[in-house]
Design a protein around this ligand. Structure first.
Ligand SMILES: [Zn+2]
Length: 477
């Protein structure tokens, strides 16, 4: 065991310099060596700043058969959100701006920008009018504290802003003192060092010519985000959004070759399909939501296929419906499961694995599924979705509780449920009850009880939607 702890310590000290991609691999490696020895490993990552800096906490705990916490470590990873993407594109480590040779130079009628970077990057550039600006986006670039604007006269460059966009690109904005239009731009790569130089030449134009060459501000903002643009520039018109009702995707679990749990000739797949239809009816009658279903008959749908169906329906919220059986037969009452990297208890691990097994039986390739879930949990988009999913779970518990229906003693739990990994859509898996509990099974077969449950879930969804709208408004501000 001491050898293991030493190994973990060594690994930990090297983590700070790693990209998220490597970090994920290290975590997978640690799990691989520690879990068979009875250790539990949890990772929490919180996105903290605009620059994408994250704090990740890695906690390694002895399993129940050991008595002590063995170690807890805090690792701060300075990384930019698109690093993972860059690494996946085969670009390896993130490109950095190098101070030596990087400069903005000004002469009477020209402005030039030279950026020396540690490796070539994809980039795009635009000029915008009112006031004249040069906007450059890079995928992706670490500014490394290099200050480009120090020596440039204000007649040419009034202000310079640089930072990270939410989608992982890095942006540089120059507020120009006069209309300098694009004359040329290129990226040269030095074969011997692997470094690249992005060079941009701008020449003075009259204002009319500049405005004709400039991209429309609103269109630019819609296409690439308004971040770091001039605060006094004309506001971008909101993208036209057709008014529509929010869409709830109901996902009755199992189906076809996968019956789910079975008790006395009753199949979970049938119970949850009947319930989903009942819930759909209640929701449609109330009129707040549009409703779609991942299946409306007894057919097999892969877990991935369920997420794809939700996307195709442009769903705003995803609810997977189940009534599984647990081997120990002790669990009863409703439970809401959220996506998490480790199971909150043994039954969560059992259920997540069991749901994946049907996909494997049907020949769906689940290789790398664990990595995929780790990637989702660490992605930037998930940082927005996770609290919304948490609110969804809390609203569901509130609604079911308010209706006087039985809840499990730990009503919100988490696990690596493949079907919950849509990164942009709050998702939850509801165990309406457990078929392994005779009392729950009787309820699940009682149409009066299921109607009460359907009304309770509809209440919950309405409650959640109202809160979510209010919170989204706050977040936007
Ligand atoms: Zn199930």
């Amino acid at each position: 065991m001491l050898r293991l702890i030493k190994l973990v310590r060594e690994r930990e000290s090297t983590l700070s310099a790693m990209t998220m991609c490597n970090f994920t691999k290290v975590i997978a490696f640690l799990k691989f060596i520690l879990v068979p020895h009875g250790f539990l490993l949890r990772v929490w990552c919180v996105r903290e700043t605009l620059l994408g800096q994250r704090r990740c906490v890695v906690r390694i705990r002895a399993g129940w058969q050991h008595a002590l916490w063995v170690m807890s470590g805090v690792v701060v990873l300075i990384l930019l959100s698109a690093q993972t993407g860059g690494a996946q594109n085969g670009l390896g480590a993130q490109a950095r701006v190098l101070e030596t040779g990087s400069a903005i130079r000004a002469s009477q009628n020209a402005l030039s920008l030279e950026l020396v970077i540690s490796q070539p990057v994809p980039y795009r550039l635009r000029v915008l009018a009112g006031p004249p600006r040069l906007v450059m986006d890079f995928n992706t670039l670490d500014w490394a504290g290099v200050d480009l604007g120090a020596q440039v006269p204000r007649s040419h460059v009034r202000a310079l802003r640089q930072g990270q966009l939410p989608d992982g690109w890095s942006r540089l904005v120059l507020d120009m003192g006069a209309p300098f239009g694009l004359a040329s731009s290129e990226q040269r790569i030095d074969a011997s060092t692997g470094q690249a130089v992005i060079s941009v030449q701008l020449v003075r134009m009259d204002l009319d010519a500049f405005e004709r060459a400039a991209q429309d501000e609103g269109r630019f903002a819609v296409l690439s985000g308004g971040a770091f643009l001039h605060p006094e520039a004309a506001p971008a018109p909101a993208a036209p959004v057709a008014r529509r009702k929010p869409v709830v995707m109901l996902d009755p679990g199992h189906g076809g070759l996968d019956p789910g749990a079975e008790r006395g000739g009753i199949r979970e797949a049938d119970l949850v399909l009947t319930f989903a239809r009942q819930l759909r009816e209640v929701l449609v009658r109330r009129g707040l939501f549009d409703v779609a279903m991942t299946r409306d008959e007894d057919v097999f749908v892969s877990l991935d296929g369920r997420i794809r169906a939700a996307r195709a329906a442009q769903a705003d919220v995803f609810l997977s419906l189940h009534a599984d059986a647990l081997p120990e037969g002790l669990a009863s009452g409703a439970v809401i499961y959220l996506l998490g990297d480790t199971a909150s208890d043994d039954s969560a691990a059992y259920l997540a694995e069991r749901h994946d097994r049907a996909d494997m039986l049907a020949g769906v390739d689940l290789t790398g599924n664990t990595d995929e879930i780790a990637r989702v949990l660490m992605s930037v988009a998930w940082q927005d979705t996770a609290p919304r999913a948490r609110d969804l779970a809390e609203s569901l518990v509130e609604g079911v509780g308010a209706a006087g229906l039985r809840l499990h003693r730990r009503p919100i739990q988490s696990g690596a449920f493949t079907v919950l990994r849509a990164v942009d859509m709050p998702s939850a898996l509801v165990e309406l009850g457990f078929m392994s509990s005779p009392r729950d099974l009787a309820n699940l077969r009682d149409p009066d009880w299921t109607l009460r449950m359907a009304e309770a879930l509809a209440d919950s969804l309405e409650l959640w939607h109202e809160r979510d709208m209010a919170l989204q408004g706050l977040r936007r501000r």
